[in-house]
Design a protein around this ligand. Structure first.
Ligand SMILES: Nc1nc2c(c(=O)[nH]1)N[C@H]1C(S)=C(S)[C@@H](COP(=O)(O)O)O[C@H]1N2
Ligand SMILES: [Mo]
Length: 381
């Protein structure tokens, strides 16, 4: 199950990310070998006996009784839908948060590679729920779809679970899938075979792998990973003790939609010709950006954020993919003495289609989740 292309962050449970952002961002669609792995439990392999896997669905909805689907029937009875969507761990960039704020953060020290952009294939959850009698546009406010996987005990709970608003699942454009394929291949055991949830535009922890129970409920999932983790606690909450004793977990909403974010993957220097045919030093940078809606543009700066130049979006697919970008900026001529090292740092920031700008002032939080400070990449000259 170990993957030599990844940098291992913990062995058991298995957590790993691609070590090289240049390599990761070379591919618009992330090849399977470069997909990060995030697990709160052991990986369970159903490949030998997919027939033993059943998905149960129930709901606090009038007329809805519990039904059970064999994995194969689900595939056979519902249309296959393909969606390109980027999967991102809420802890992506956690090491950066720690570095920028000079404060310790709890949890695995993810770099900036806990992201993959995948062509998912599966069944639309909406199709399934409609067939089970969930009304298309009923009174769905404050209702939730709870996903659970009981295949293995987790670090902090007896099972893994999480929920999303029912409105997201029933949204005709929400594209929430029960996926059985990635990039045209069956899911691998590590990524949830035979069935995982795909929630485009939402953070990775809701994309429950090996999902074996779905419950429509008036309450959010009661699982640890919905209630006691994956929350952006305020800066004053400096320990789990404070979080628990002052009831912060119930006062702060569970993270759902992806934050607006950008990352620099690569910086190169070159000479740029100006109209007066002077050759000026310049840097070229590239990277990725994402949000819960489409990225409209990305800007870069080589002077610490005093001035920003537009970058070009080089890849975007549908509503839910990551955006790859590339840009160049001139830099001040190098004037350093012999033996003196000089580096140039390129920063990035992204805007989404509603005109919102990445919140680069993003603060520290105890769990080190949702970091969205400006992207940064440095080249030594
Ligand atoms: N059953 C189960 N599903 C899970 C998890 C888990 O530990 N168990 N981890 C979640 C988290 S935190 C993330 S970021 C993604 C990671 O998916 P991947 O391992 O396919 O990259 O799966 C989510 N689904
Ligand atoms: Mo995650």
């Amino acid at each position: 199950m170990r993957n030599n292309h990844l940098r291992m962050l913990s062995e058991s449970p298995y957590n790993a990310e691609p070590p090289c952002l240049v390599e990761l961002t070379k591919h618009a669609i992330t090849p399977m070998r470069l997909m990060y792995a995030r697990n709160h439990s052991d990986v369970v392999n159903f490949e030998e006996a997919p027939g033993s896997f059943e998905l149960k669905i129930e709901g606090e909805i009038e007329g809805m009784t519990e039904v059970s689907f064999a994995f194969r029937d689900l595939i056979a009875n519902f249309p296959r839908k393909e969606v390109v969507a980027t999967l991102i761990c809420a802890g992506n960039r956690r090491a950066k948060m720690s570095e920028k704020t000079q404060k310790k953060v709890e949890g695995i020290k993810w770099g900036e590679g806990a992201i993959s952009n995948v062509r998912w294939g599966g069944v639309l959850l909406r199709d399934l729920l409609l067939q089970l009698g969930v009304p298309a546009n009923g009174n769905q406010e404050n209702m939730h779809v709870c996903f659970a996987s009981h295949v293995a005990p987790c670090e902090q709970d007896t099972y893994y679970g999480g929920s999303i608003p029912l409105e997201k699942a029933m949204d005709e454009e929400g594209d929430v899938l029960l996926a059985y394929e990635m990039n045209g291949q069956p899911l691998t055991p590590g990524h949830g075979f035979p069935l995982r949830v795909v929630v485009p535009g939402y953070s990775g922890m809701r994309w429950v792998k090996w999902v074996d129970r779905i419950t429509i409920s008036r309450r959010e999932s009661t699982n640890f990973y919905q209630q006691r983790d994956y929350k952006m606690l305020p800066e004053c909450v400096t320990s789990r003790d404070i979080a628990d004793s002052q009831d912060w977990w119930d006062r702060v909403p569970a993270m759902q939609a992806l934050p607006l974010n950008s990352v620099v993957a690569k910086v190169e220097c070159f000479s740029q010709s100006t109209p007066s045919s002077e050759e000026n030093p310049a840097v070229r940078a590239s990277g990725y950006a994402y949000s819960h809606s489409r990225i409209s543009h990305v800007e870069i700066s080589a002077d610490g954020g005093l001035s920003w130049a537009p970058a070009k979006i080089t890849y975007q697919e549908g509503r839910w993919s990551w955006s790859l970008w590339e840009g160049a900026v001139e830099v001040a001529p190098v004037r350093s003495g012999l033996g003196e090292k000089r580096g140039i740092t390129v920063m990035s920031r992204a805007y989404d289609e509603s005109g919102r700008l990445q919140n680069t002032e993003c603060a520290w939080n105890l769990r080190g989740v949702g970091f969205c400070g400006a992207g940064e990449g440095t080249i030594e000259l």
